[in-house]
Design a protein around this ligand. Structure first.
Ligand SMILES: *Cc1c(COP(=O)(O)O)cnc(C)c1O
Length: 297
């Protein structure tokens, strides 16, 4: 039995309206969906991706989740926290050698009861055979790919679109979010809300997101697919790369709205949205929802 999750997860996550001269002048309305408030340790979108995977794990009668990620992964962190909270075992297969002392992420997941295994970067890259190897080694575990992005991740993320509609009383013209693996974005698209264009802001260099999203959407059962687009030029140099300009933007945003963003995901997305507003990408009258996917702790 899955314990009643509502007791400790803030779902539906709150929606707040943001006021700002920039978009007021352009005749645009802007809301933020505060997925960061779902749980202090389970990053918003990571919970959405985990929800139906946990259900599936229990259905298959497995004793826990085995998953993959880097030494700073929010997904590894969220999985360990969820395991502790919801009483299932967790194994994290970490990219790269063990370095001591453990960083904050790995120290936390270990204290939450996660078993850690390390694999070399070159081995980690061979994702399919790595999955197969660990599947054989731990037959009692449910295998979840890096970032928690698989077909079961989609319906959890799709729920966010339903919540948005319920909270606003209408479907917005745009929903914007940061894009790592693209799993969350695929889930939002899979909700099939035709009135809403989904805009992703890639935090990694390269233009592989479109293909990843299409691959994940192949599992989608809904008929309609709304318009969507990934912007590939707001990554500030690549994953976990930053620039003084971005840090300053995050600071200013906090001063103005008392909402903390971070520089890996949500800061880049918000910077991109502001830039697009400035450049009149959004028509006058647009109603936009940005998703605070979490990652702040
Ligand atoms: C992991 C993460 C993302 C990226 O999600 P994907 O589904 O991999 O695209 C975005 N924001 C935050 C805060 C994250 O931790």
């Amino acid at each position: 039995m899955v314990p009643k999750q509502d007791a400790y997860l803030k779902i539906p996550s709150p929606m707040v309206k943001l006021s700002g001269d920039l978009w007021y002048e352009k005749g645009i309305e802007l809301w933020m969906k505060r997925e960061d408030l779902i749980h202090p340790q389970i990053s918003g979108n990571k919970w959405r991706k985990l929800e139906f995977n946990i259900e599936q794990m229990r259905k298959e009668g497995k004793s826990g989740i085995l998953t993959f990620g880097g030494a700073y992964s929010n997904h590894i962190y969220a999985t360990a926290a969820a395991g502790q909270l919801m009483d299932f075992k967790t194994i994290g297969v970490i990219r790269g050698e063990e370095t001591l002392p453990l960083n904050e992420t790995l120290a936390f997941v270990k204290s939450a009861g996660m078993t850690l295994e390390y694999v070399s970067r070159s081995r980690y890259r061979e994702k399919a055979s790595l999955m197969a190897e660990y599947g054989e080694k731990y037959p009692d575990f449910y295998l979840l790919p890096e970032g928690g992005s698989n077909s079961y991740a989609l319906p959890g993320c799709a729920k966010v679109m339903d919540e948005i509609k319920t909270e606003l009383g209408f479907s917005p013209d745009y929903v914007c979010l940061a894009c790592g693996t693209g799993g969350t974005m695929a889930g939002l698209i899979s909700a099939g809300v035709m009135e809403t264009t989904v805009l992703g802001f890639a935090v990694l260099k390269g233009s592989f997101h479109g293909a990843e999203i299409k691959k994940l959407l192949a599992f989608n059962e809904k008929e309609g697919e709304p318009e969507w687009e990934v912007f590939n030029h707001y990554h500030f140099g690549g994953y976990a790369k930053s620039k003084p300009e971005l840090l300053e933007f995050i600071q200013d945003f906090y001063t103005q709205h008392q909402i903390q963003l971070e520089c890996i995901y949500t800061g880049k997305m918000m910077y991109g949205v502001m830039d697009l507003i400035e450049k009149d990408f959004f028509p006058k009258g647009s109603r936009i929802v940005v998703i605070h996917t979490g990652g702040v702790r």
